[in-house]
Design a protein around this ligand. Structure first.
Ligand SMILES: Cc1cc2nc3c(=O)[nH]c(=O)nc-3n(C[C@H](O)[C@H](O)[C@H](O)COP(=O)(O)OP(=O)(O)OC[C@H]3O[C@@H](n4cnc5c(N)ncnc54)[C@H](O)[C@@H]3O)c2cc1C
Length: 521
């Protein structure tokens, strides 16, 4: 990638930020035939894009809020993504348990509208359930006062894995994508942005990269890039933190997820099976500043625990939390003080010097966001009309007829490469830790093929070890650092630095910031 960067005089499109938004734009731009470069300060999906609820959804909540346009668009994108990345997006059934007489007809009608809006891209019809049918699908629900439920369908995915496969799709179409490359300045000619100044975090080497158009897709950091352009730029973004708790699968025995339609602060809460664990969340807490490693607050953990206790037969204790992860939503700024009422719609701004910034949106709508911003970018670049082709573009690893319970399914066609490595060295089939579903071959594959540069990349985003079980991930760090060092030709110092740096990040995923947990641990 660095060689290609050196050999290119000028790119058509330069994208700052390697989350869902930036990677989607890179795929769109490269597949239209534009000379494309994407620069990511840390690792792909290090920001918000690895910290979502993992749903590809229209957003039942936005339907409740009456945001029909957003739901229609997201439902269409849900269907397209399921078709283009069937190895990563699966049909997930949800039950809304009902304890009040009016809830079944109310949610039943709402979800029929949801089905109707999805049209031919629907994932299956919603259905009213009586008490027995509800318990058959979700046996862990508290039976006391349960009247029935509503079954509906949405999509589920692995966010960081999709991000890596989007990066690979962009590369498959000729893009240059580089992680650990921080954009520190913008280049200008006649007061128009004509490129970026970026620094390679490992070599400390500076690059001046020329491009016809520069797109700011830095999510929660968008305002800091906008300020590089114009130090008086008005803030575009407000931040809202959402956290998730991860538990063992025993607390949700079936494969059906639970959707709690109304929390005390008027949100929805999900308990969703994921990689043989369950994820429960989320919250919506306004925060004043952006951070690449946000940390869950005690009151947020308590909030999720209190709500999930109301609905489950067997209550998980604080000791049962395997991992806690927090993410910040890049919400388009509005005057509302309640962040859950701010629209998830995306917003595109073009500055006087023609820096294009795209903010807001959701993982589910990344493709449409990319299409919208590229229409503007192509015009600004003065390039001839190039059709968007991503509606029917296969994502890297595309494979039909997937068994979502099989190990390695999430690699799609790349699974063959990993299996071939195992046939050459059977030791690579060993688990990296007895409590984690990942094998050694995945670490080697990530280093050789997926631009995995650090132990955190390997344990947080190439595998999802840190999110599934933070303690086990910490215990795997030494093995993974040693394997990576051998593969990358690194020394003992590197190994030590990597382990220390991973542990300092991973500690935030152990729920020890909660005093109740500290005593019970
Ligand atoms: C708790 C939570 C749950 C969510 N659940 C869902 C869900 O279930 N489904 C759904 O569809 N959406 C969900 N979302 C929304 C979705 O995750 C986000 O909309 C999406 O990930 C935002 O992606 P992004 O690329 O805009 O931002 P990011 O992923 O944050 O990417 C921005 C990138 O820019 C990089 N960057 C910053 N500064 C620089 C620089 N100077 N140089 C180079 N790179 C830089 C950052 O390192 C970062 O990687 C959720 C969000 C949250 C917070």
């Amino acid at each position: 990638m660095l060689e290609q960067l050196g050999a290119t005089k000028e790119f058509d499109i330069c994208i700052i930020g390697g989350g869902a938004t930036g990677l989607g734009i890179a795929v769109d731009a490269a597949s239209r035939g534009c000379k494309t470069i994407l620069l990511e300060k840390y690792d792909f999906a290090k920001g918000t894009s690895s910290r979502s609820t993992k749903l590809v959804h229209g957003g039942v909540r936005y339907l409740q809020q009456g945001n029909i346009k957003l739901v229609m668009e997201a439902l269409k994108e849900r269907g397209l993504l399921k078709k283009n990345a069937p190895h990563l997006v699966k049909n997930q059934s949800f039950v809304i348990p009902n304890y009040k007489w009016w809830e079944n007809p109310f949610y039943g009608v709402g979800l029929k509208v949801y089905d109707w809006m999805a049209g031919s891209l629907g994932l299956g019809p919603s259905q009213l359930l009586n008490k027995e049918e509800t318990l058959a699908l979700a046996p862990n629900l508290d039976q006391d006062g349960l009247r029935g439920g509503v079954l509906y369908h949405d999509g589920q995915f692995d966010d960081a894995r999709l991000a890596i496969h989007l990066a690979m799709t962009a590369v498959d179409h000729g893009a240059v994508v580089i992680n650990y490359m921080n954009v520190e300045g913008l280049m200008k000619e006649n007061e128009k942005v004509c490129g970026v100044i970026a620094k390679d975090s490992f070599e400390n080497k500076e690059f001046e990269i020329k491009a016809k158009v520069v797109i700011n897709a830095t999510g929660i950091f968008s305002d800091s890039i906008a300020k590089l352009d114009d130090k008086n730029a008005e803030p575009l973004i407000s931040h809202s933190q959402g956290i998730h708790l991860v538990f063992d699968k025993e607390f949700l025995l079936s494969d059906t997820a639970i959707m709690i339609p109304r929390t005390d602060d008027g949100r929805v809460l999900f308990a969703v099976p994921w990689h043989n664990k369950i994820i429960v969340g989320t919250t919506d807490t306004p925060v004043s500043s952006a951070s690449e490693e946000p940390v869950a607050r005690k009151d947020e953990i308590d909030f999720v625990m209190q709500h999930i206790h109301r609905y489950l037969k067997k209550d998980p204790s604080y000791n049962d939390i395997r991992s806690v992860f927090a993410g910040l939503r890049p919400l388009v700024k509005s005057n509302s003080k309640i962040t859950s009422a701010i629209s998830r719609d995306h917003h595109i701004a073009v500055s006087d010097s023609e820096l294009i910034s795209i903010t807001g949106g959701k993982w589910t709508t990344y493709r449409k966001m990319a299409e919208d911003v590229m229409e503007i970018a192509i015009h600004k670049a003065g390039m001839s009309e190039k059709e968007c082709v991503t509606k029917h573009l296969h994502i890297h690893g595309y494979k039909e007829n997937n068994d979502y319970t099989a190990p390695l399914y999430y690699y799609g066609t790349d699974e063959t490469g990993i299996k071939t490595a195992i046939t050459k060295d059977n030791l690579l089939s060993e688990l990296i830790h007895p409590s984690l579903p990942y094998i050694k071959a995945e670490i080697i594959w990530a280093v050789q093929n997926e631009m995995c540069m650090t132990v955190e990349d390997a344990l947080s985003r190439r595998t999802r070890a840190l999110l599934l079980d933070a303690k086990a991930a910490i215990e795997s760090a030494s093995l993974v650092a040693n394997m990576m060092a051998k593969e990358m030709g690194k020394n003992e110092n590197w190994i030590k630095e990597q382990i220390d740096s991973f542990i300092s990040v991973a500690k935030n995923y152990l729920p020890t910031s909660n005093p109740k947990l500290q005593t019970s641990n």
